[in-house]
Design a protein around this ligand. Sequence first.
Ligand SMILES: [Zn+2]
Length: 113
Amino acid sequence: MICPKCSAQTRQIKDGRTAAGSQRFRCKQCGCRYTPMPKDPGYDEEIRLQALTLHLEGLSLRLIGRLLLVNHQTVANWINGYANYLPADLPPSILEMAALDGDLADILALEEE
Ligand SMILES: [Zn+2]
């Protein structure tokens, strides 16, 4: 392993895993932590959680995919992966936030296309 910050190649130790399950490392030269190979570099945990939230709101996978700019098959994979464990506290619903902004009609209009 090579530290991305100080470029040291020695004293790189394993330092647990990220929420997504990727191996994380820590440089004992400069103390920085890094993840050399993120498991799913395209999408972070937040967008997957948003997809799940929208799914729980009853939106279709295609609509979720369109809102989050993710392939709907990818969304389906995420939701299948989450099927066994639903987090206790979901973040504020995107639909609720959209309703406050007055964009809910726009979102629902999308569905009817
Ligand atoms: Zn370092």
